[in-house]
Design a protein around this ligand. Structure first.
Ligand code: 3PG
Length: 311
């Protein structure tokens, strides 16, 4: 049989799909590595304000070097760009530090189960603060999301209030980050990669004084000696890995956000959480009861129903 020539359109659509697939797989893999090293560091060195500052610092430094040696083209920005970025950076800083504080108190899997409830926050903020309304199925999908998260929380063996609230605050902050960043990226010529680089730098400026005020060099130095003597020199590599991988996974996620709709992005983000939850339970031998796993599964199923209802 004579092969039917593939049209240009079909070919470029499938090339786009492959590209997004590669972005997603890279994003999830980098995120799993970040979460594992982040938790290893926090177990030995419970200073989440410093470690979250270091993640932003590593990313900022990597991007400044990339711009200086022209691996990446520096963005052309004006004061309006930075003004629009400020609320995004405030929300990013709060969401990041709150998630890290949460993970310093509870299992990584628990933080991410609660974080899978982010769509519920998105709907509630849009409804009550922005006056947006949604079709009834969207509201109905919140029942399994909220119910599943609640079931997972009350059956969590190592429940901790700061850990729980940190993940909840992170959810709320990231909803605002996403709303502001959609507005900020619109009509701008800055690429996803450079947008995230600028976001890191501004967040670093915001977070640094707070990290000094909440924890401070005395605590850091004493803890550092203890961690080094308990773990050995590889502790420094763990800190480097959590910092570098934090930047890389976020950079790839912003690069894919450039190419896809926010809805596809949030589905990708939920699937990312499944890989983090499963891998961290295996690696850290996190105890889970069947009812606890059921809560997590219901919450995640709810986020899929939400994405279907929103379509
Ligand atoms: C952080 O430290 O910022 C959180 O781990 C990020 O959570 P995310 O999975 O929503 O990016």
């Amino acid at each position: 049989p004579v092969p039917v020539p593939e049209s240009e359109e079909v070919r470029s659509a499938s090339a786009q799909k492959v590209k997004i697939g590669i972005y997603f797989a890279t994003w999830w893999a980098l995120n799993v590595v970040f979460n594992i090293y982040n938790k290893k560091v926090l177990n030995a060195y419970p200073y989440p304000w410093l470690t979250s500052t270091l993640s932003l610092a590593a990313g900022s430094l990597m991007m400044l070097i990339s711009w200086a040696i022209r691996i990446a083209e520096p963005p052309k920005t004006d004061p309006d760009f930075w003004k629009a970025l400020l609320p995004v950076a405030v929300a990013h800083t709060i969401g990041h530090v709150a998630a890290t504080v949460s993970m310093s108190k509870v299992a990584v899997s628990f933080t991410h189960i609660i974080k899978s409830g982010e769509p519920a926050f998105s709907v509630l903020v849009s409804r009550f603060l922005l006056g947006e309304t949604f079709p009834v199925p969207v509201y109905l999908s919140l029942v399994p999301i909220i119910g599943g998260c609640a079931l997972a929380a009350v059956t969590e063996l190592n429940f901790n209030m700061i850990g729980f609230m940190g993940a909840m605050i992170s959810n709320l902050a990231f909803v605002f980050r996403n709303i502001f960043s959609k507005k900020g990226m619109k009509g701008k010529s800055v690429s996803g990669m450079n947008y995230y680089a600028c976001l890191s730098m501004l967040s670093l400026l915001i977070l640094t004084p707070f990290a000094f005020a909440v924890e401070g060099p005395q605590m850091w130095a004493a803890g550092w000696q203890k961690a080094l003597s308990e773990i050995g020199p590889q502790f420094i590599w763990w800190v480097a890995a959590q910092s570098v991988f934090y930047h890389l996974y976020n950079q790839v996620s912003y690069m894919s956000l450039d190419q896809i709709s926010p809805l596809t992005f949030s589905i990708g983000n939920t699937m990312k959480r499944i890989s983090v939850i499963v891998s961290s339970i295996i690696i850290f031998h996190t105890p889970v009861q069947p009812i606890n796993a059921l809560g997590a599964a219901i919450a995640i199923l709810g986020t899929f129903l939400y994405s279907q209802a929103k379509q």
